[in-house]
Design a binder for this molecule. Structure first.
Ligand SMILES: [Zn+2]
Length: 101
């Protein structure tokens, strides 16, 4: 007898979306951190300081959206060091342009 499938919670859906987004962004950024430009190992333990994290380019706290064009992949340390600082306007422009394609 096949076991009945448990319905997927929104939390699980979100976790999966984020994982897919992380991989997609990582590929778009050639496997490099948005902030420091160094390589990111996608398979590091999530608690590792150099693990890949998803960062909002424009922080949600100042109106940034939870959409791919506002997301970048960055090292955990870079993400944390950055806090709520806005990215340089030039970097933002490049990102927005890349997102259009
Ligand atoms: Zn970095």
């Amino acid at each position: 007898m096949p076991r009945p499938r448990r319905p997927i919670s929104t939390k699980q859906i979100r976790a999966r979306l984020l994982r897919d987004a992380r991989r997609q962004l990582w590929e778009e950024q050639n496997g490099c951190c948005w902030w420091c430009g160094k390589e990111i190992d996608l398979y590091l333990d999530p608690n590792h300081p150099l693990a890949a994290t998803i960062d909002h380019l424009i922080p949600v706290s100042v109106g940034g959206k939870d959409v791919l064009s506002n997301l970048v992949v960055a090292h955990r340390v870079c993400n944390e060091a950055r806090g709520n600082r806005m990215p340089p306007a030039s970097a933002l422009k490049v990102r927005m342009r890349a997102a259009e394609h």
